[in-house]
Design a protein around this ligand. Sequence first.
Ligand code: NAD
Length: 256
Amino acid sequence: MSDLQRIIDTSKRIAFFGGAGVSTESGIPDFRGTGGLYEAEYDGLTAEMILSHSFFCLHPDAFFSFYKKYMVHPKARPNAAHAKLAELEKSGRLAAVVTQNIDGLHRAAGNRLLYELHGSVHENRCIECGRPYPLEYVMRADGVPKCADCGGIVRPDVTLYGEAPDHLVMTGACREIARADTLIVAGTSLTVEPAASCIAYFSGKNLVVINREETSADGKAKLVLHGNVAQILGEIVTPPPLAQQKRGFGPFWRGD
Ligand code: NAD
């Protein structure tokens, strides 16, 4: 923990790359962790099959009943990890949060420098006319949600298996990771591509991995913490904003 605190205290541009493990403490199950959604079968199908582009097109009814039951958690609130990242952004240390999560909890916590690689359950639109809809519209619908204007299916703006993430979001995320002096990778199995490969753009000083289980990035990391990301980040003391530090110790300080 003291090594992590020192890295954060001495970093000027931190990027955070996270996954489903960041939100398990908020009551949202991950996919591949213990008790994750991948441990179960749903009428002989796996979660990965149901959350695929082809399944959505062929069986929208079954897709939406699974999606609403397992992927949307309207009562979930940001946990200590989300709160600390919002604090680090305010302090000017954290340049970007890159997340594979679709739950919207980083935004709810206050992070604005945010790259949601797989979209968000809060963004929905008609596949025919493009009209946007809030999450409540999708959740209230009986079965498949339909557009009030044209009758087209209203689908979540989330990346399904077999679909490519938004390329502008991917490019922005990779750019932030490439510019960072510290990258914290947390709560992810690093198995979903192309998202996981974003971290290959990092060439800064400190790669930190925080995860319950081993990951493929552990061998390259300067610091690996196997534990609970909410607890670990929650214990970090947010350093003072960089601008304030400069004024106190910089060569041009005039005491104003
Ligand atoms: P994953 O399920 O493949 O892996 C999660 C990893 O986090 C596991 O290695 C697990 O051991 C670890 N973990 C779980 N809880 C933790 C905690 N409290 N502290 C530290 N580590 C913890 O998740 P992934 O790599 O993000 O890939 C899954 C895909 O599924 C993503 O694309 C994501 O879009 C989607 N997903 C999203 C959510 C969400 O939005 N909250 C939830 C489930 C799945």
